[in-house]
Write a protein of this length. Structure first.
Length: 127
């Protein structure tokens, strides 16, 4: 009799387990359908997305190449301008070196002449 009661309790427990498992099985089924639909949608849309991504990548590469070409051109222009500025600075230095000494000598001579004339005039006035 005890065995019959034990089997009956196990049968009731199993029955309750099956009853509570039925909604879970239905939910798993719905989730599986939803995953399948999502998978189909992704498979349908994925080629378009990949094509757009490929086009976008190509455009970015073309833009990058354009920038690279322009930067290289600007680099050449800047280098040319820098060379011209260096040439102007060197020319100015050479002109300064060429003119500075004669001007200093001329001013020294002129100062000496002015002092001499001033001294001569002072001596002439004092007589």
């Amino acid at each position: 009799m005890l065995l019959d009661i034990g089997i009956f309790i196990i049968a009731i427990a199993f029955f309750l387990l099956v009853i509570f498992a039925i909604p879970t099985v239905f939910q798993i089924r719905r989730t599986a359908r939803s995953v399948e639909l999502t998978s189909q949608t992704v498979n349908q849309k994925l080629p378009e997305v990949l094509e757009n991504l490929s086009e976008l990548t190509k455009n970015v590469n073309q833009t990058t190449e354009g920038f690279k070409t322009q930067v290289e051109g600007l680099s050449a222009v800047v280098s040319s301008i820098q060379e011209m500025v260096n040439d102007v600075v060197n020319f100015e230095k050479s002109i300064r070196e060429e003119i500075e000494n004669p001007i200093v000598e001329f001013l020294s001579t002129l100062t000496a002449i002015v002092k001499g004339v001033r001294s001569f005039l002072e001596v002439l006035r004092s007589k």
